[in-house]
Design a binder for this molecule. Structure first.
Ligand code: ADP
Ligand code: MG
Length: 251
């Protein structure tokens, strides 16, 4: 990785800050300790969360790359900083569910914990002002965000990410219940997995624990006031690290 110097803040979101650098093909992402849920109605500072999510994300992006799935990730920089390729984020949150849980069970007559086979893929419009609504095919077409071929590629990538992560997590005794990813277009026009992959964006259940609350190792601990959020994320990192010890380091 060539050396670079940090430039101005490009964008500050709820969980990360994105900075430009003196190199056009490099942006730096800082993972913050801020936790938010329910469209930022619930907020807290959780010391150590940024670093844990950054460390987990770096390793999961590298895992995807090894499986041939392109991502924005370049290298880990500092404990809570990573270097990524700048992308034009598609304002669509892609959610893949292996087990029914959370909002799905409030919108459909389906029992929490019911397996979804094949996995269920939903697209949501990424816009906090509108509350990230579920998209229909007709609405997606009306928004004109993706050509039919790009949409097909986006869904293909999301299902490939699910297959890869699901198998990986099962190997470290974690059940991948569901997850959200964001994708973006690189300067070359390639669609890649961007943003983050962490317990903030994945539901993960500990397969070694049977109690329905105790097994939760993701942001639901924060949403449901279960406590032990940072400890749970730490357990996820410990297991991910056991399987993927050392991520690429930038300079
Ligand atoms: P949000 O509050 O929208 O969830 P986050 O704090 O999670 O924001 O992340 C900051 C922003 O950075 C998000 O809008 C996300 O889409 C964007 N982003 C993620 N990866 C990249 C990238 N490689 N290039 C440009 N923007 C990115
Ligand atoms: Mg986000």
């Amino acid at each position: 990785m060539t050396s670079y110097s940090l430039g101005s803040l490009l964008y500050e979101g709820k969980a990360k800050r994105v900075f430009v650098t003196d190199q056009a093909d490099l942006v730096a992402v800082e993972y913050k300790d801020d936790a938010t849920a329910f469209n930022a109605l619930k907020k807290a500072q959780l010391a150590g969360k940024g670093e844990l999510n950054c460390q987990i994300s770096a390793r999961l992006f590298e895992l995807l790359e090894r499986e041939g799935i392109a991502t924005h990730y370049l290298a880990l920089q500092e404990p809570n900083w990573m270097l990524v390729r700048p992308v034009q984020i598609v304002p669509v949150e892609v959610v893949v569910r292996n087990i029914a849980f959370g909002s799905l069970c409030k919108q459909m007559p389906i029992e929490p914990g019911a397996p979804l086979e094949p996995p269920l893929l939903d697209l949501y419009y990424k816009d906090d002002a509108f509350g990230d609504p579920l998209l229909t095919d007709a609405r997606l077409e009306r928004l004109g965000l993706l050509t039919p071929a790009q949409r097909q590629e986006l869904e293909r990538l999301a299902m490939a990410v699910n297959a890869c992560l699901r198998q990986f997590f099962a190997g470290i005794a974690l059940q991948l219940v569901d997850f959200k990813i964001e994708l973006g277009f690189t300067a070359d026009g390639d669609l890649v997995v961007a943003d983050e992959i962490s317990p903030d964006t994945c539901r993960l259940w500990d397969l070694q624990v049977s109690d329905a609350s105790d097994r939760i190792l993701d942001k639901d601990r924060f949403r449901q006031d279960l406590g032990g959020v940072v400890e749970a994320y730490g357990e996820v990192l410990k297991r991910v690290q056991g399987a993927c010890p050392s991520p690429r380091l930038g300079k």
